[in-house]
Write a protein that binds this ligand. Structure first.
Ligand code: HEM
Length: 406
């Protein structure tokens, strides 16, 4: 098989190249890829090898950052990426994770439940007197954006501005230059600074206030750390969950027997969400670097060489899942790695994403009758320009009727 340009977002224009990775898992499970503007890198295709790399943080480091440069080469390094929680190694990572965890206790996530349900009801009500909509823009983008804003404490009137900055900084839209990305990041930081100033004078029951107060063994977060975390949350919280909602809905429509199972027995929905996470895997990869020479899947890797772990490939590994290319909402999903593989960086927002998805899919399955795609061929739908996040820019839907919220 001809090597694919795995650093190039264009390679993912038609979705994750599952055929290529199936071949690699079988014949060449840890393989090298050249990059025209960066170092070459190793690629890990199998589930067992991805588990090892994710969990062995003595050997594998996230420094200086775990992001694979795309077709434009590495981002201009202003230190922001290096300061992110996801770029730190233990013991710095462990300390910072403990501090930010204060904002993600089960109680805080549970407290959001009513707000999330209200947002879901509002978003579906808004389209309920129509017979079609563009789901990505009208529903899927809005939910995580509003939930993160509720969690962090961003006032209603500023939410869309913040989301606009998020989209620019993430770099999925080819229209924006590096300079515009950096400018949007700076505006986001200035906004977080200003929010902190307000909360210092008048604390609220929100994440910014919790982060300002967080103190573990005399250690607290400085202003730059709070700013960078604010940005990571906007990106990690919004751009991921929206794709689980859009691609998940698309896959349920394409698999009507699975949709029917959920309509007949909504108690299957939490497991269906895990299966949709496995099957659609919205986050495609992160980079690690070994601190010392090591061997992964029989392949020698030198200290410092980049190693890219491909989550969608691990989630379709026939060694870990039976009939991995079949969507089966009743399967045992416990081994999926869509939120990471249980290492120290395991997704901080997993319980929040699961809660949002549960409420949204309960509404999609329970309220819509005759839901179908608004286009004949889903292959014509445009996707995000990214090697990091897999998802659709648009998802036209139509339906016969929408039931009122329960
Ligand atoms: C469907 C939705 C989501 C998916 C698929 C997803 C996936 C991931 C993955 C694969 C990682 C890296 C795990 C590792 O390196 O071991 C990660 C880390 C992270 N996620 Fe998520 N995520 C989602 C939603 C969210 C949400 C809603 C938030 C925040 C509210 C969030 C915040 C984070 C943060 C802060 C990290 C870095 C954690 C660390 O470095 O310690 N994610 N996520």
């Amino acid at each position: 098989m001809e090597p694919l340009e795995l650093w190039n977002p264009a390679t993912f224009k038609q979705g994750f190249p599952h055929d290529y990775f199936r071949h690699k898992r079988e014949n060449d499970p840890v393989f090298w890829c050249e990059h025209p503007h960066w170092e070459g890198f190793w690629n890990v295709a199998r589930h067992a090898d991805l588990l090892r790399v994710s969990r062995d943080s003595d050997c594998f480091s996230n420094q200086p950052n775990p992001f694979l440069p795309g077709d434009r080469g590495p981002a201009v390094e202003d230190g922001t990426n290096q300061e992110m929680l996801i770029s730190l190694d233990p013991p710095d990572h462990t300390k910072m994770r403990k501090l930010v965890n204060r904002g993600f206790t089960p109680r805080r996530v549970r407290d959001l439940e009513k707000k999330i349900q209200a947002q879901v009801d509002r978003l579906i009500d808004q389209v309920s007197d129509k017979s079609s909509c563009e789901m990505a823009g009208e529903i899927a983008v809005e939910l995580p954006l509003q939930v993160i804003a509720d969690l962090v404490g961003v006032p209603e009137e500023d939410r869309h501005q913040i989301f606009h900055w998020t989209e620019i900084t993430f770099g999925f839209d080819e229209r924006y230059t590096f300079e515009e990305q950096i400018e949007a990041g700076a505006q986001m930081f200035a906004y977080a600074d200003q929010m902190c100033e307000i909360r210092k004078k008048e604390p609220h029951d929100d994440l910014i206030s919790v982060l300002l107060e967080a103190d573990i063994d005399g250690e607290s977060l400085n202003q730059v750390q709070i700013d960078v975390f604010f940005m990571l949350l906007q990106n990690a919280g919004s751009e991921t969950t929206r794709n689980l909602i859009t691609t998940g809905t698309l896959e349920l429509i394409r698999n009507p027997d699975q949709m029917q199972l959920l309509k007949d027995d909504p108690s299957l929905i939490p497991n269906a969400i895990e299966e949709l996470l496995r099957y659609t895997t919205p986050v495609m990869q992160f980079v690690r670097r070994p601190r010392y020479d090591t061997v992964v899947g029989g392949q020698e890797i030198k200290a410092g060489e980049p190693v890219v772990i491909w989550y969608p490939s691990a989630n379709r590994d026939e060694r870990a899942f039976q009939n991995p290319d079949t969507l089966d909402v009743t399967r045992d999903t416990s081994q999926h790695v869509a939120f990471g593989a249980g290492g120290p960086h395991f997704c901080l927002g997993a319980s929040l994403a699961r809660l949002e998805a549960k409420m949204m899919f309960e509404a999609i399955v329970g309220r819509f009758d005759g839901l179908e795609l608004g286009v004949d061929d889903p292959a014509t739908l445009s996707r995000l320009h990214s090697t990091l996040i897999d998802g659709y820019v648009e998802l036209p839907l139509r339906w016969q009727s929408v039931k009122p919220a329960a």
